[in-house]
Ligand binder design. Structure first.
Ligand code: EPZ
Length: 417
């Protein structure tokens, strides 16, 4: 079982480039299945999740290639419609293939993607929306057998602006008959990136980034070359690592405006953030201060994916900080690992209260999930002594060469096999 070994206390300096977005690349890889010719994706992150998505694409019969962050998918011809449980379970977002495979061949047989450590993560909105588009869905023993003669456009109002449900509806609607209108759609930048990719393939979509998205179904989507957006959560993770460890870093190849809801939190902590074009210059404050209550919200609010590593940065911030986790019901599992390092955190339901302490101490902990693992790494960088973080396969799901990038910034971190 691989671990990350970190000797904390070393300030970070230098520059780091942000890789392509996991949460944009996964729906775009699924969308590529809908095309009638080759798709080339630039800036595709090399993550275990993107490899898992490629395995699903290969399983349904399409060839893929992946070299130096360039992914090539050849989705010509008919595809298989069944995705086995072992592939579905590799990642939560495998559900995103449902809309794409239905759009491609009118049938899709999958198993429930299952919840993961951060919550039950039901798919009721995905399924009810697809039913409105004419899909019949038989649920039996954890299997979903979905089919439809021809997907039909529909007016769909989401009870919650679910990212995944919005993406699945878009993928089912782009080649459906007629118009689909999604009300209360998710506004995340990853949705915008998916729509930009589909438009490059010939899709007729409007309203991305707003709460109402309109899709005019067309007959065919053409392959194209597309560059995936940078990962805004990875960008914020490096800011948190510098806040924990101290020092000054430059974060390149990012989109500063996409972390506009996170930057003010670092500034309130006493850090200095300055951006020029696609680079953020970040200086950790000397003595971090507690911040006003942070409530996780849908975009453009404070993102739930940043909660764990911002909490790590607040463990040594003088005063009391409060988080309210409004998106997932079980997203404080990293608290245990932070407490092992000496953090003073109390959790009550969806509220976590952090009392800043003077020091954190190196300790053994286990990554509970993807962003929780990143939070433990950030905290360990600023802890005194040696930390060992296990179950780092979670971290590998969303961070490409994470420990190598941190070591290049001056951290004493390595992966033990
Ligand atoms: C996406 O997950 C992201 N994953 C998550 O990032 C991110 O945290 C989340 O959006 C919120 O921004 C990918 O894009 C691959 P949701 P998703 O559907 O689509 C409930 C990371 O760390 N819900 O917006 O699963 C759900 O339980 C990951 O990179 C239903 O109740 O998120 C949750 O409480 C973690 N029924 C809330 O909505 C449904 O049918 C938000 O879920 C669908 C969702």
């Amino acid at each position: 079982m691989q671990k990350l070994i970190i000797n904390g206390g070393r300030k970070l300096s230098g520059e780091v480039a942000v890789h392509g977005s996991k949460n944009a690349s996964l729906p775009i890889l699924a969308a590529a299945v809908l095309c009638n010719s080759e798709v080339t994706l630039l800036n595709c992150p090399k993550l275990s999740d993107t490899y898992a998505a490629m395995r699903i694409i290969n399983h349904i019969g399409y060839k893929t290639g992946f070299e130096k962050n360039v992914a090539v998918i050849n989705p010509t011809g008919e595809c298989e419609y069944e995705v086995p449980d072992d592939l579905m379970r590799e990642m939560r977002s495998s559900i995103i293939f449902l809309g794409a495979i239905l759009g491609k061949c009118g049938r899709c047989k999958i198993t429930f993607p299952g919840g993961c450590d951060i919550g039950a993560r039901p798919i009721d909105m995905h399924l009810s929306s697809l039913r409105k588009m004419g899909v019949t869905i038989n649920e039996e023993y954890g299997q979903l057998d979905c089919c439809c003669e021809k997907l039909k456009g529909a007016k769909i109002s989401l009870s919650f602006p679910s990212v995944g449900a919005t993406e699945n509806i878009i993928l089912a609607a782009v080649t459906a008959q007629g118009r689909t209108i999604i009300q209360n759609a998710a506004r995340e930048p990853e949705i915008v990136d998916l729509v930009c990719f589909l438009r490059e393939c010939g899709a007729e979509i409007e309203g991305e980034g707003t709460g109402t998205i309109t899709i005019e179904g067309i007959d065919e989507l053409y392959g194209c070359e597309y560059r995936i957006m940078p990962d805004r959560i990875v960008c914020a993770t490096y800011m948190a690592c510098a806040a924990c460890a101290g020092g000054d870093i430059a974060i390149k190849c990012c989109r500063p405006h996409e972390v506009d809801s996170i930057t003010p939190v670092f500034e309130q902590m006493g850090c200095f953030v300055h951006s020029v074009n696609d680079t953020i210059y970040f200086s950790a404050g000397k003595n971090l201060r507690s911040v006003d209550t942070i409530r996780t919200m849908v975009y453009p609010g404070f993102p739930t994916d940043a909660q764990a590593f911002i909490m790590a940065a607040l463990c040594k911030a003088k005063g009391t900080s409060v988080f309210v986790e409004n998106i997932f019901e079980n997203r404080f599992q990293h608290v245990n690992g932070l407490q092992r390092m000496g953090a003073d955190i109390r959790v009550e339901g969806k509220v976590a209260v952090i009392e800043g302490v003077n020091k954190l101490y190196g300790a053994k902990s286990a990554a509970p999930d993807l962003r929780g693992g990143a939070g433990l790494v950030a905290a360990a960088l600023g802890a005194e002594g040696k930390s060992e973080i296990s179950r780092i396969h979670y971290i590998d799901r969303g961070y490409e060469n994470f420990e190598i990038s941190l070591a290049l910034l001056g951290a004493d971190i390595h992966r033990s096999i």
